[in-house]
Design a protein around this ligand. Structure first.
Ligand code: SF4
Length: 343
């Protein structure tokens, strides 16, 4: 079976496998590739990553989402420099002590980088093995995952085990997809899910995570050339990411006067409403967020704890959350048009 050419497969060092596997969690391969290339240019080694500032690490992750992954990579690199002489250890026991490393990533590092017989069970492998062996247990149960990991370990050969792991992942990613392409599958003659006509129904997953809608009124507050920007607090979902001030709404509407009142009561800023900006949507974890941005001007600015006044140029150099980045890009584009018209 043809396998995909992926940049991290060219030279699967332990560091390359670690970075790529962390990026691939919850993220599609096509999205990861440019991020991976840019990351490896700026942070080509564990040592260089460990020495970088957290702001720069987050900036290189901007747009990939699930930012705890970037923070853990950074903290993990520092831990490896301090405790493991700058090299990823070669056994599961020690690898699991490194910040952010879980069973799958550890299995991938041992398998792909150190060529050991260790199972790396991701969503692809779970899907393929559930169907191939017609397993009808609920994959949201830890006991089912344990059983599938056990099966994955058992089928690995002593010689070149990483080829089988890679083949399982490739099969899941390209043929045994959510809607399986059984007719073109190289293992269909032995696949119990296919032979029993159950492929489409497997794997069985009972727990579906409910998506919650959030509505936020985003206050783009401008004073001369600068805008009021906050940096997410440590420990919160958007920590280290920059955003405009915003207010949670119960539904998808807010009047201009009410919006201004909220700004005044929260920040003691007298604003003049300028215009509504196009709505933006973005998602994180289990939330779907609708942003309702509006532009306001202030005559006088004041220092507000947790906020800075940044110019568009300065905003380009810091990491923004995805939806607020789009709001900022729109303001930047409109500003550019005005400047061009004035020339
Ligand atoms: S035959 Fe179908 S269900 Fe079985 S492994 Fe192939 S694609 Fe998946």
């Amino acid at each position: 079976m043809a396998k995909r050419e992926l940049p991290w497969r060219k030279n699967p060092t332990p560091y390359a496998v670690w970075v790529s596997e962390v990026m691939l969690q919850q993220t599609q391969v096509s999205v990861v590739i440019p991020y991976y290339k840019k990351w490896m240019l700026r942070f080509p080694s564990i040592k260089i990553l460990a020495q970088a500032s957290q702001d720069e690490v987050i900036k290189h992750w901007e747009g990939l989402g699930y930012y705890s992954r970037a923070r853990n990579l950074h903290a993990g690199a520092q831990q490896i420099m301090q405790q493991y002489q700058g090299e990823l250890p070669r056994n599961a026991h020690e690898l699991l002590k490194i910040k952010g490393l879980g069973a799958y990533t550890v299995g991938a590092i041992l398998n792909f980088a150190f060529h050991q017989r260790a199972a790396a069970v991701d969503g692809n492998v779970i899907r393929v093995l559930s169907r191939y062996f017609a397993l009808e247990d609920d994959i949201s149960k830890p006991s089912t995952l344990k059983n599938i990991t056990h099966i994955a370990e058992k089928i690995l050969p002593d010689k070149t085990p990483w080829i089988i792991t890679e083949a399982l992942i490739e099969l899941g990613a390209t043929v045994c997809k959510k809607s399986p392409l059984c007719r073109q599958c190289p293992v269909k003659k032995h696949c119990q899910g296919y032979l029993q006509g159950k492929a489409e129904q497997l794997p069985i997953k009972s727990k579906r995570i409910a998506i919650e809608n959030l509505y936020r009124a985003v206050a783009v507050i401008k004073h001369e050339d600068s805008f009021l920007i906050q940096k997410g607090k440590k420990g919160r979902v958007m920590s280290d990411l920059h955003e405009f001030a915003y207010f949670e709404l119960s539904d998808q509407k807010i009047e201009e006067r009410e919006f201004q009142e909220k700004i005044y009561q929260t920040y003691q800023l007298h604003t003049t409403f300028s215009s509504w900006l196009p709505q933006e949507q973005h998602g994180f974890t289990r939330f779907r967020v609708t942003l309702l941005p509006a532009l306001f001007h202030v005559q006088k600015k004041r220092l507000i704890q947790g906020f800075s006044w940044l110019t568009l140029q300065e905003m380009q150099n810091v990491a923004f959350s995805a939806g607020h980045r789009r709001v900022m890009n729109r303001i930047s584009a409109e500003n550019q048009c005005i400047l061009t018209e004035m020339k």
